[in-house]
Design a protein around this ligand. Structure first.
Ligand code: PEP
Ligand code: MN
Length: 345
């Protein structure tokens, strides 16, 4: 259940509501919106009767949230969530563009790519240092050395960084370097990891598992939110279907559905969704039209030499052209993509 306070409710009225809920053995989760405060009732205490809460001064209404995910639900937080990462706003009017290589491969590779994606209009640099590879014999990432190179690239270009974390014990280390923690598709339901990134209070991008239902995905977001970490993004990166021609099937439906069910920003990953650079542009443009709040796109200066995911990586020039196409589509659907990051020659 959630308690929606009146816009005029005072702090002491909110405190009285919290007191009554806690008396029954429940925890509360406060969401202080621009207009009003919403009190979420969490946990399982003695049966709770909504009438006495409804009668408290300052309460507008008490709404049962029918979904198993509460904090992630639209009912709990009717407005879209938005939050800044450095000077980039995630959610809201402008789309956030994250770009960079699948893996950090060397200092020069990540720095060169960082400048190139910034010049093309990207706002955030991506790059994997700890890589979840299907084969134990494939390149596993540069580890902390890769994180150091990413940080240097970030300092040189001013772009915040997103990188994947794969195990709870490494969360503190990755937090030292990264602005956003990426939870990969293979780890979506790694609950120990979800608890750890939730506790970190660091921004998180939660990829959808390759065979996950919408509800399973949102329940994983709930794990992170349940620690009071509200800076969570959902990322649709394609799901596994019978079709093999593309690496995954881009579930375009997931974008409006996630935005309908949840207030969290939704990011699209057309690179993993298609697996072939030729189709990345089409999927990216479709994602913008479908209402995505941002994109994460793999870009490599020499895709043919990439140590992972070269087949789906765009060259910087192709990425730059795509940003302009996406901007035009964003504007056609009442949004925009700020490209003032452009490095001026
Ligand atoms: C990645 O972003 O490089 C990656 C491994 O993504 P996913 O978890 O979506 O496969
Ligand atoms: Mn990749």
């Amino acid at each position: 259940m959630i308690v929606i306070m009146k816009p005029s409710a005072t702090m002491s009225q909110v405190s009285a509501v919290i007191g009554l809920i806690e008396e029954k053995g429940y925890r509360v989760h406060l969401s202080e919106g621009e207009e009003r405060t919403i009190v979420g009732i969490i946990g399982s205490g003695a049966p709770i009767n909504k009438d006495p809460i409804q009668l408290l001064p300052g309460v507008d209404r008490v709404v049962p949230v029918g979904k198993p995910f509460k904090l992630a639900s639209r009912e709990f937080h009717p407005d879209d969530t938005h939050f800044p990462i450095g000077n980039v706003m995630i959610g809201g009017h402008g789309l956030a563009i994250m770009a960079g290589p699948c893996s950090v491969e060397s200092r020069s590779q990540i720095i060169e790519t960082a400048y190139a994606v910034k010049e093309a209009g990207a706002h955030i640099l991506r790059g994997g240092a700890f890589k979840p590879r299907s084969s134990p014999y494939s390149f596993q990432g540069m580890g902390e050395e890769g994180l150091r190179y990413m940080k240097e690239a970030s300092e040189l270009t001013g772009l915040p960084i997103i990188t994947e974390v794969m195990e709870p014990a490494l969360v503190p280390l990755v937090c030292e370097y990264a602005d956003i923690l990426q939870i990969g598709a293979r780890n979506m339901q790694n609950y120990a990891l979800l608890h750890a990134v939730g506790r970190s209070q660091h921004p998180v991008l939660l990829k959808r598992g390759m065979s996950s239902l919408m509800e399973e995905w949102l329940m994983c977001a709930e794990y992170i939110l349940s620690h009071g970490n509200t800076r969570v993004m959902l990322c649709e990166r394609g799901i596994r279907t019978f079709e093999k021609y593309t690496r995954n099937t881009f579930d375009i439906n997931a974008i409006p559905v996630a935005k309908h069910l949840s207030h969290l920003p939704v990011i699209a990953d057309p690179s993993h969704a298609t697996g072939k650079w030729e189709y990345v542009g089409a999927a990216a443009r479709a994602a913008v039209a479908a209402g995505a709040d941002g994109l994460i796109i793999e870009v490599h200066p020499e895709p043919e030499k990439a140590m992972s995911d070269g087949a789906q990586s765009l060259k910087p020039e192709k990425f730059a052209a795509l940003v302009l196409e996406m901007k035009a589509i964003a504007q056609a659907v009442g949004r925009d993509i700020e490209v003032s990051n452009k490095v001026l020659a």
